[in-house]
Design a protein around this ligand. Structure first.
Ligand SMILES: NCc1[nH]cc(CCC(=O)O)c1CC(=O)O
Length: 337
């Protein structure tokens, strides 16, 4: 089959697309890669000003709908939880190691960074979890691709950056890592390390081909993680981490263990909850863990840090409600990085 695969132009996107293209060529298909420029690539403004999580996906999804391409390879963690009309995720291949890693000067680990050390990251999730560790770190909001973020450490602008291990692995840059951060200290973004292969929903022939690359364990794990995100995302911009792992239960069946974190970026509030459930009920497990977080005040993480905590019991904001008061600039919407 002839398959046109659309990719963003970034080195990471092209590398990820290339890995899938190689798999498809090995199965005997003819693959052409089509580069697509997205608003997120051309507009250097802060992602939060660009209006959210979908900036990278929208242009590519339009190319799919317009029949200019047949397939695209997303980083699942950058994909909004809302379904995309007319499209379907035909496969989620086996996930890379989902952890975040530290790239620090002089080979330092998190525990070795001195008080006041500057960690560069634009991710509220990473800031909130590092702040919760109480190491006296300070944070600088940085943007840019993997190369430029590592470059800030090399040039001495920051003492360290935190990146997804999966991206470095795919780019062949694991030698830069000074510590793989234990999920007990930092939970990754929902879907981190996983790819999502999206096609037109009516492309049955291509679905049969792509579906061969699907990994049911990864699909279930990320379904659980993204269900937490979907349940908590109702009008919020909470720094959220989630990690699900599939293992055998005592009867030789499969179960999923899910851990999740929400917190504030100033370290004034942090909360972790976890639960294990049957493999078949991944999404329910995600909703259950979200509810555990909400029951214990997760809404406090949704409010901006200098406004009073939401006093409502259970505090769940209605869908579409904006937790930001008039005195504050809009909170960043792109939180799941
Ligand atoms: N937010 C950007 C982004 N989207 C996916 C990855 C890494 C690859 C992956 O998680 O699968 C990265 C870089 C990073 O967070 O360090």
């Amino acid at each position: 089959m002839r398959i046109r695969v659309g990719s963003r132009r970034s080195k990471l996107a092209l590398t990820q697309t290339g890995l899938i293209a190689d798999r498809l060529r090995a199965l005997g298909h003819e693959v052409k890669i089509v580069e697509i420029v997205t608003e997120g690539d051309t507009n250097r403004a802060s992602l939060s000003q660009l209006g959210g999580t979908g900036v990278f996906a929208t242009a590519i999804r339009n190319a799919l709908r317009d029949n200019r391409i047949d397939l695209t390879v997303h980083s699942l963690k950058d994909l909004p939880t809302a379904p995309a009309g007319g499209l379907t995720i035909a496969a989620i291949p086996p996930r890379e190691d989902a952890r975040d890693v530290l790239v620090a000067r002089d080979g330092l680990t998190l525990g070795e960074l001195p008080q006041g050390a500057v960690v560069g990251t634009g991710s509220p999730r990473r800031v909130a979890q590092l702040a919760a560790l109480g190491l006296g770190l300070t944070f600088r909001d940085i943007r840019g691709n993997v190369d430029s973020r590592i470059g800030l450490v090399r040039s001495g602008e920051v003492d360290a950056v935190v990146l997804a291990r999966a991206g470095l692995a795919r780019l062949g840059r694991l030698d830069e890592v000074t510590e793989a951060i234990d999920p007990l200290q930092m939970l990754p973004a929902p879907g981190q390390g996983a790819l999502a292969l999206e096609i037109r929903a009516d492309d049955a022939a291509l679905h049969d081909v792509i579906q061969q690359l699907d990994d049911p364990d990864t699909r279930a794990a990320v379904a659980a993680e993204r269900a937490v995100l979907a349940r908590l995302e109702a009008g919020c911009s909470a720094p959220l981490g989630a990690l699900a792992e599939v293992s055998e239960d005592v009867d030789g069946g499969l179960e999923i263990s899910l851990r999740a974190f929400v917190g504030r970026t100033d370290g004034s509030f942090d909360l972790r909850r976890s639960k294990t459930g049957p493999f078949e009920d991944a999404e329910r497990l995600g909703h259950d863990v979200a509810q555990l977080l909400l029951d214990d005040g997760a809404a406090e993480a949704f409010a901006s840090s200098d406004s009073p905590p939401d006093p409502a019991p259970g505090g769940h904001l209605p869908r579409g409600a904006d937790p930001v008061t008039d005195n504050h600039p809009p909170a960043p919407r792109s939180v799941n990085t």
